[in-house]
Write a protein of this length. Structure first.
Length: 308
């Protein structure tokens, strides 16, 4: 059943074999044995064109996923009783968050739970939540205000939007800045949904329309441009150091306007029973990152989160 599920999810015997680290011949044999046992054709396999799932195969796939999930749950109980964690843990991470969150998660699990095969997938919150629904990820690290219907999240750290400016900016001497003060200035904003909508909604509520000169999907590109005085940005967090990749300082200031509450969450499909591995991940994240999401101030508080 595990081999069959892998073939359905990967779309071919060859890719399923790579995922399972077995030979393609072994996967084909397992499929033939399963079809022989059930006396029904599950896939249509064509050399060079992958494997298509038959209607009966789709039904069996859904049932097989349930059986395998139940088996994993039993394994997790045994692991908990033994005090060990093993097996894959597929973590998705919103692309702007992963530089600050995932390296420490990876280091912790590598040192404390070497039996866990940690896997990373980066992307937009829309892509990650699609993968959660399709069973391609166990959990995803993203923002609470990105959560869609059918996806729940456990909060690990609260975060607050703030402004990032060049230290030489005319308003950089202030501890907090109303957004209206920036109405006629160039903005450099993240070009990823739903972040685009959230920032523009915030600015509309403040009674202004942003003059967006550039958008980028890379937070470090935005930070470097801001540090060079090319515009301001609105950012959810603050990496350590307050310097860009090219060595320029950058200033963070509190937004004086009312800003919606937000948090980084460990997200999963609604109704999911959290395994021991996921519970361990949540516990570590709360301990490791829980104190880092407070808003920045002029005294040099260091946040570890990425952009909105």
């Amino acid at each position: 059943m595990e081999f069959f599920v892998a073939v359905v999810e990967e779309g071919s015997v060859t890719e399923a074999a790579k995922r399972l680290r077995v030979s393609p011949g072994g996967v084909s044999l397992a499929l033939s044995q399963l079809e022989g046992t059930l006396k029904v054709q599950l896939t249509l396999r064509h050399r060079g064109r992958g494997a298509a799932v038959t209607p009966a195969g789709r039904w069996v796939y859904n049932e097989a996923k349930s059986v395998l999930t139940g088996a994993e749950g039993i394994t997790n109980v045994a692991e908990a009783l033994r005090g060990t964690l093993i097996g894959p843990l597929r973590i998705g991470c919103f692309s702007t968050l992963s530089p600050w969150l995932f390296p420490r998660i990876a280091a912790h699990f590598t040192n404390e739970y070497p039996g866990v095969d940690l896997r990373l997938a980066e992307g937009t919150s829309v892509e990650l939540q699609r993968d959660l629904r399709e069973g391609n990820l166990d959990v995803a690290l993203l923002y609470a205000n990105h959560l869609q219907a059918g996806i729940d999240g456990v909060e690990i750290v609260p975060v607050r939007l703030q402004l990032a400016l060049a230290p030489t900016h005319r308003l950089a001497h202030l501890k907090e800045i109303p957004l209206r003060e920036l109405e006629n200035e160039d903005a450099i904003l993240l070009g990823v949904q739903p972040s685009i909508g959230h920032v523009e909604d915030l600015m509309t509520a403040a009674g202004m329309k942003p003059n967006v000169k550039w958008r980028s999907t890379n937070v470090e590109t935005i930070r470097s441009m801001v540090a060079r005085g090319l515009g301001y940005t609105i950012i959810m967090g603050r990496p350590y150091g307050d310097y860009t990749y090219d060595g320029f300082p950058i200033a963070y200031r509190r937004i004086a306007d009312e800003v919606p509450e937000n948090a980084v969450v460990v997200a999963y499909p609604s109704g999911t029973t959290l395994t021991t591995k996921i519970q361990t991940l949540v516990s570590f994240c709360r301990t490791e990152f829980g104190h880092e999401g407070k808003e920045a101030d002029t005294e040099g508080v260091r946040d570890g989160m990425g952009a909105l």
